[in-house]
Design a protein around this ligand. Structure first.
Ligand code: ADP
Length: 579
């Protein structure tokens, strides 16, 4: 199984930039409000610095300065609120766009790619990775950006007070750098192990409780208790490990935060005594350095999260198909509709072909049955004929164009594989049908339902009736009929019918067979026959053995020839008659 690709770091950065700049006005407004708020936030320490100096000179107006500080703080709070609001709405918009883009990407994937990658990978990407990215876009990105901005402005203010006063901040850099690197290298894995150990513990306990009778009956109590003990021990060890990480990292980082404050106090005092800076500047500098702690802390906190979010984004961007090939003119004109298979080989695992050079021509309107022992490759050939898989070598063409080159929505109008996976989507009956052809009107929908004999119940519900989860539950037979009506709307000229996957309860089989017959009417049908009477009714029969077509002809020809098919037919027919 080959996993879906993952986008490169460069693609992720380019995409993030494009996303960020998609709403330039709102982005500019957000940045402006945060910048303004930060400037107001810087005013209070500066005023305090002035106050200290004025006190020394005996010219202080404490009441006025206090009022001013209060006013500045209120304005800052209002600005921060506005900035948070605009950044939150911006994040939601970007997130919605990311999600829509992702859904578009998934839907545009060629079936062969999905088939190869397996659905597990796709499901994880569309659930866990989307969740992780939501958190990153909603919280980590705006919060770290504002933290960065606050840090930059505060450093700017320090430079304005006196360039020398920036120096104390530098003492923290090497310590924080080393400690954070050490922590980040270990934390992720440690916390993952910790949560995995919780799941194991819960799983074990739940199992013991649910299977309490079995545990008792077989005297397994000792073994179950031992397992719980082992789980607890593992969980304890995992917990101790992360605790150790915190007990090392947090004191170091807290100390590193305080070092610049102390340094600013000592160094600022010295600068003041030496007459290098005024008292107000030295005071304000200490307060600024103290104010730096919070944004730096926030930035470090999100660092890890940003990396995880980037990884998720890379996985989401990796979901993409090859660009759709240009549709050759002859297909656009509705060209030929004959299907040709030329020397087709196919392997699920490299090196072991399950189809060994298949050649087959199917004329428009023909009914071909493919029969043969189980494992011969019938379903595989069926999937190749429907363009679900692309051949390893050779080609499957319709009207001269390789199926593999057709864009999905074009392909679906040529050939459709009919399987039993008949999902009823939650929505109205109409939604369930027009999803196959969004431009279909109510008349066409009604006619499609009538053709498959479903109008009786569907008409009674009405096209606006809600079905699927949360709505009216449809019976399996009704779900099948919906799927068949969808086929009539899509109107492909060729259907590949895999009988093994379309077995239906005998009770409803007769009704559904009539519905199916209506859909097959006038189309090329390739039936993978697991019951020989299908073969008997077909125009031609292909017999497959071990990935090769060994016999090809009409039922009568093959019976007369006395080969594999004749043997199969006689044994089946004999049994059928005996029954
Ligand atoms: P049939 O429809 O005639 O029973 P299939 O086309 O299902 O035969 O299988 C042909 C061969 O391909 C078998 O050997 C089967 O084990 C193998 N095969 C089928 N599907 C897969 C798959 N998804 N992955 C790997 N091998 C597969």
């Amino acid at each position: 199984m080959s996993r879906l690709p993952v986008a490169s770091a460069r693609e992720v950065r380019a995409h993030a930039r494009r996303l960020a700049l998609r709403y330039p006005r709102q982005l500019a407004l957000t940045v402006f409000l945060y910048a303004l708020a930060t400037v107001f936030g810087l005013a209070a320490p500066w005023l305090l610095g002035q106050l200290v100096e004025d006190m020394r000179d005996g010219t202080a107006e404490v009441d006025r300065t206090t009022l001013l500080i209060v006013a500045v703080l209120v304005i800052e709070a209002v600005l921060v609120r506005g900035a948070m609001y605009t950044s939150a709405t911006l994040a939601e918009k970007v997130l919605a766009e990311l999600r829509e883009e992702f859904v578009d990407r998934v839907l545009a994937l060629p079936p062969a790619t999905v088939e190869r990658a397996g659905s597990g990978d796709l499901v994880t990407r569309s659930t866990r990775d989307v969740d992780v990215l939501s958190r990153t876009v909603r919280l980590a990105v705006p919060d770290s950006l504002t933290a960065l901005m606050t840090i930059a402005f505060t450093l700017g203010a320090l430079v304005l007070l006196g360039p020398l006063l920036v120096l104390p901040c530098l003492v923290a850099v090497p310590v924080l750098w080393a400690a954070t690197r050490w922590y980040l290298a270990r934390a992720r894995e440690g916390y993952l192990r910790q949560s995995a150990s919780y799941s194991e513990l819960t799983d074990g306990l739940t199992e013991t409780v649910e299977g309490a009778r079995t545990v008792e009956a077989f005297g397994l109590a000792g073994r179950r208790a031992a397992r719980a003990d082992a789980d607890i021990a593992r969980s304890y060890a995992a917990e101790r490990y992360t605790l150790r990480l915190r007990t090392v990292y947090l004191p170091i980082s807290d100390t590193a935060y305080m070092m610049p404050v102390v340094a600013a106090l000592v160094f600022g005092g010295w600068c003041y005594i030496e007459g290098l800076v005024p008292l107000s500047a030295a005071t304000a500098a200490v307060l600024y350095v103290q104010q730096l702690i919070e944004p730096v802390d926030r930035l470090l906190y999100w660092m890890d999260e940003l990396q995880v979010g980037g990884a998720s984004m890379a996985r989401l961007l990796g979901v993409r198909g090859e660009p759709a090939a240009a549709v050759p003119a002859q297909v656009r004109n509705g060209g030929g509709q004959d299907i040709a298979v030329r020397d087709v080989r196919y392997a699920y695992r490299a090196g072991s072909d399950v189809l060994h050079g298949i050649d087959l021509d199917i004329k428009r309107g023909e009914r071909l049955a493919i029969v043969g022992p189980s494992g011969a490759g019938k379903s595989t050939l069926g999937r190749l004929l429907a363009g679900v898989h692309a051949p390893r070598t050779g080609a499957v063409t319709v009207g001269g164009t390789p199926l593999a080159d057709l864009p999905l929505e074009r392909l679906r109008r040529e050939v459709v594989l009919v399987t039993q996976e008949q999902h009823v989507f939650s929505g109205t009956l109409r939604d369930n049908l027009v999803m196959a052809r969004p431009d279909a009107g109510d008349d066409e929908v009604r006619q499609a339902l009538m053709a498959v004999g479903a109008w009786e119940w569907a008409g009674a519900y009405g096209l606006d009736a809600r079905v699927g989860s949360g709505g009216t539950e449809l019976s399996p037979a009704q779900a099948q009929q919906l799927a068949l009506a969808r086929l009539i709307l899509v109107d492909p000229h060729t259907l590949v019918l895999d009988e093994a996957t379309s077995l239906i309860a005998p009770r409803v089989a007769r009704q559904l067979e009539r519905s199916l017959a209506a859909v097959l009417e006038g189309r090329t049908v390739i039936a993978i026959a697991h019951r020989l009477h299908t073969a008997h009714d077909a125009d031609r029969v292909a017999v497959m053995v071990d990935g090769r077509i060994t016999e090809l002809g009409t039922h009568d020809e093959l019976v007369a020839k006395g080969g594999d098919y004749a043997a199969l037919w006689h044994s089946w027919h004999g049994r059928a008659v005996a029954n």
